[in-house]
Design a protein around this ligand. Structure first.
Ligand code: GTB
Length: 217
């Protein structure tokens, strides 16, 4: 059975691999599972057909036979649980890798998203300039801690895992801000993730969608 995922028909990230279908594509590439992609417009995402798959009308979703999943953390965990490539087999190491998945999404991503949203949507607000350093500080706190823990290691806990996959995609959201320049070990960590052949295949696949949409415009 080949699973089907959903992705933006016209991604606002202009093919830079920032939309969250990238995580799912990357995970599927890491485990060598072919997949189909159904592209959805912003309007279609809010219609009953898509809302039946995703209660919040977002992408990505994942359909595999009878199973329909939303939330990238749940989707990547599901993919990882059925293959050895993304989670260690030993119970304690596996639990720690899953903890890093939660850390990426629950602890590191929220301040990064807050900063991104402010830069994107709140620039014209009177309080924007005052709020920006607060948001940047919150990101820096997490990056300081993460950088300290990673040290000179290649990955967060032994071999590359689904925890690294999610953490790298979360940190990539800082690319435009250049905040990661202050953290050479985190920059190298992201570069190591991006250099993985599975990442490249996933990136190229989502970029091809953007390029096709651009030539059709
Ligand atoms: N918690 C959910 C998950 O992890 O699956 C969040 C899913 C989500 O935020 N999906 C976004 C979406 O569908 C797309 S990825 N948004 C439409 C909506 O909510 O109506 C978020 C995203 C969008 C664009 C960029 N970008 O342009 O750089 C980056 C990330």
């Amino acid at each position: 059975m080949i699973p089907t995922i959903t992705a933006f028909e016209n991604s606002p990230d202009r093919g830079r691999g920032q939309a969250r279908d990238m995580r799912v594509r990357w995970a599927l590439e890491e485990v060598g599972r072919p997949y189909n992609v159904r592209l959805v417009s912003f309007e279609a995402m809010k219609e009953p057909g898509h809302l039946a798959l995703h209660p919040f009308g977002q992408i990505p979703t994942f359909e595999d036979g009878d199973l329909v999943l939303f939330e990238t953390g749940a989707i990547v965990l599901h993919i990882a649980e059925h293959h050895d490539a993304l989670l260690p087999t030993k119970a304690n190491a596996r639990a720690r890798a899953i903890a890093w998945m939660f850390a990426a999404l629950n602890t590191v991503e929220p301040p990064i998203v807050d900063l991104g949203m402010a830069t994107l949507l709140e620039r014209d607000e009177s309080w924007y300039e005052e709020r920006l350093p607060i948001l940047r500080d919150r990101v820096s706190v997490r990056l300081d801690e993460l950088s300290h823990r990673l040290g000179e290691a290649d990955w967060l806990d032994g071999a590359f895992s689904a925890g690294d996959l999610l953490m790298v995609t979360v940190l990539r959201r800082l690319t435009a801000s250049r905040i990661l320049d202050d953290y050479p070990n985190l920059s190298s960590y992201v570069a190591r993730g991006e250099a993985r052949p599975a990442f490249r295949r996933a990136f190229d696949a989502q970029l091809a969608v953007f390029n096709a949409a651009s030539t059709g415009r």
